[in-house]
Design a protein around this ligand. Structure first.
Ligand SMILES: NC(=O)c1ccc[n+]([C@@H]2O[C@H](COP(=O)([O-])OP(=O)(O)OC[C@H]3O[C@@H](n4cnc5c(N)ncnc54)[C@H](O)[C@@H]3O)[C@@H](O)[C@H]2O)c1
Length: 435
């Protein structure tokens, strides 16, 4: 099939590369000329396992092309995927300006029959708006059907997730578009969930909000465990074996971050509000999540007392491991708060330092804050090591080496990566989350 994708972020680029790899002809439209030239050479704009190889291979095979010109991609496409960003507006609702702009640019270029499918996470009713924009702007002989095909990939394993999804959700009204989308996705061998457009739109927000709720639930239980002398890992292992509950996402930590969960929880609250419903449960999910930063700071203070004049090593700058995405990063939030409280910070991340530099520029005080070269460099003269991201190299932290360079032997293990007894055995004071 001939596929056009609009937007080359995580979703647009991975979708393009995977469909090209399945033998389709894909043209990916992107507004940034430099990004486009880089992609043609196989240089990808994010750290994502296996993606650069997949892009290079399919560019070489001539199945994957990049352009800044919609007119190269849209007129011949059988299916167009809109995969642009939908960040939060100030009131928490989704900003649909990128989606609307993409639709308005596509409209006059449509030829014959095309399926216009939205992969961006959008509130119920958005595809109808896209339809109105397309109808208003298209030539009279062009026809189209709309579809909502939400994406469930995770950053850090995006290629694997897209190649092997748990399910493929296709929200479509017309038989023709549904059949074309089924044909395209069939090689992925995932069960299909065939719904209306509205249900598919709603389904994606429901999935992300439910996962965010599991994270906040684990964090709330962890706090109680600390107070009553229970170990949250045992508690979650025990309940996670119950098939009705499942173990995934029941890990306490710094709370949810990144480019999706925070904005999608907010957007679902806004969708509910528009429908006249106050989604109390999700307000609580947000409150618990916001409180995790305070909890991390409290643990650091318990270890070292007042923060003024103390040096804190922060290991990890991303919301989770295996990505360089620093959008809504809890470690960056922790660092900003530490600096405000008078501490000095030495931060290290194996991959995300360049992105963090762009984001933290405004609050950077070089006397108080440095990007360390590696883990040992971050730990130099530190009063406490705070491990916030679960990168493999932090899991393998060598405490005997750490002991030699740190000023005080204190560890705040925000991801419960270490065996507390083993850490204590080499002379460190240890606090984790809920244990
Ligand atoms: N990142 C994820 O893990 C993930 C997972 C599932 C779903 N989603 C959803 O998918 C959507 C995209 O997310 P993302 O992380 O890929 O976003 P992103 O911000 O990484 O990428 C969006 C891309 O769209 C481009 N763009 C914006 N307007 C454009 C236009 N008019 N024409 C051409 N290109 C345009 C931007 O330049 C950018 O490259 C969002 O709605 C998000 O919620 C994201």
């Amino acid at each position: 099939m001939k596929i056009a994708t609009i937007g080359v972020g995580y979703v647009g680029l991975v979708t393009s590369a995977v469909f090209a790899d399945l033998g389709n002809d894909v043209i990916s439209v992107n507004r940034d000329k430099q990004k486009c030239e880089n992609l043609k050479k196989g240089i990808i704009p994010m750290y994502e396992s296996d993606l650069a190889d997949l892009v290079s291979r399919n560019v070489k095979l001539g199945r994957l092309k990049f352009t800044t010109d919609y007119a190269e991609a849209v007129p011949n496409a059988d299916i167009i995927f809109i995969a642009v960003g939908t960040p939060s507006l100030a009131d928490g609702s989704a900003d649909l300006s990128q989606v609307k702009e993409a639709a308005a640019t596509i409209a006059p270029l449509l030829e014959n029959y095309t399926v216009v499918a939205t992969k961006s996470t959008v509130p119920v009713g958005t595809n109808r708006i896209v339809g109105e924009i397309l109808s208003a702007g298209k030539k009279s002989n062009a026809t189209f059907d709309l579809a909502s095909v939400p994406e469930f990939l995770r950053e850090g394993s995006a290629v694997k997730d897209t190649m092997h999804p748990d399910r493929t959700v296709i929200g479509a009204d017309a038989e023709r578009s549904r059949e074309m989308l089924i044909k395209l996705h069939k090689p992925l061998k995932a069960p299909f969930v065939l719904t209306t457009i509205e249900s598919a739109e709603m389904l994606k927000y429901t999935a992300n909000s439910f996962l965010a709720m599991k994270i906040s639930f684990a964090n709330a239980i962890a706090e109680i465990c600390e107070k009553v002398g229970a170990d949250v890992t045992d508690v979650m292992d025990g309940i996670g074996m119950d098939k009705r509950i499942g173990r995934a996402f029941l890990y306490p930590g710094p709370g949810y971050g990144g480019s999706c969960f925070p904005k999608d929880v907010k957007a679902l609250i806004a969708i509910a509000k528009k429908a006249g419903i106050d989604f109390h449960l999700l307000h609580a999910v947000e409150d618990i999540n916001a409180g995790q930063i305070d909890r991390i700071l409290d643990k650091i203070k318990i270890m070292v007392g007042p923060l003024k004049g103390k040096t804190i090593a922060v290991l990890g700058l991303t919301f989770k491991a295996n990505t360089d995405d620093v959008r809504a990063s809890q470690p960056i939030e922790v660092i900003k708060r530490l600096l405000k409280l008078g501490a000095s910070v030495r931060a290290y991340d194996p991959i995300a330092v360049p992105n963090a530099k762009k984001k933290m520029l405004a609050s950077l005080d070089e006397k108080k804050f440095i990007y360390a070269e590696n883990t040992v460099d971050a730990l130099k003269d530190a009063d406490v090591a705070v491990i916030i991201t679960e990168w493999d190299e932090f899991v393998r932290l060598d405490f005997s080496q750490a002991e030699k360079v740190m000023r005080q032997r204190n560890v705040v293990d925000v991801r419960n990566l270490f065996d507390p007894e083993k850490v204590k055995a080499v002379g460190f004071r240890y606090v984790g989350m809920g244990r």
